[in-house]
Design a protein around this ligand. Sequence first.
Ligand code: ZN
Length: 207
Amino acid sequence: MMDEDICSQLTSQTVEKIGQFSQEEFIERAKMFHGCVSPGVLLGGIMVSAAKELLPEGILFDAICETYSCLPDAVQILTPCTIGNGWMRILDYGRYAVSLYDKYEGDGYRVYLDVKKLKDWNEVHSWFLKLKLKHDQDNIRLKDQILSAGKQICSIQKIHVKSGFRTNRSKGLIAICGLCGEAYPVKDGVVCSACQQEKPFVMQGRV
Ligand code: ZN
């Protein structure tokens, strides 16, 4: 597998730490959690650490990812914020950006991969803008560039997350759907939200 020798083949100066982990530890954890060390999860790790190191020590923070690709896994490797505990949300804008912010006050930082900063990093540039076919991509060089560039290829914005986006994720009252017979939040309507639209599966009987 192409990820196996990444540590030994890296040539130039690279980031030593990704969040609380050494580069090697992060790569091990990414293999376990994400299944491989994709360029996206590696870059994601760098972006999440860049946001995290700007937050005041000891605060409780939440995360917003603006894509489903790779980045949410970097958040889940490096922070206590997960999809399941509700401390991370994914807004599917398709932008490679992550924000960490004070759960109560809303103040925080948004980090994004900045295309304007990719001039000196040709492999990252062509990967990010999909200018090359996947099999023409030099993966070792790509990851080497990501680890050499570190947060130099990102831009960081100070943000304030509006209160309506921070609070009240409660499901509210629960009802039983008249069509499927399963429990659902009343606020979704007269039947559950699954029964209101086309489902991805057909039922083939009970097991
Ligand atoms: Zn239903």
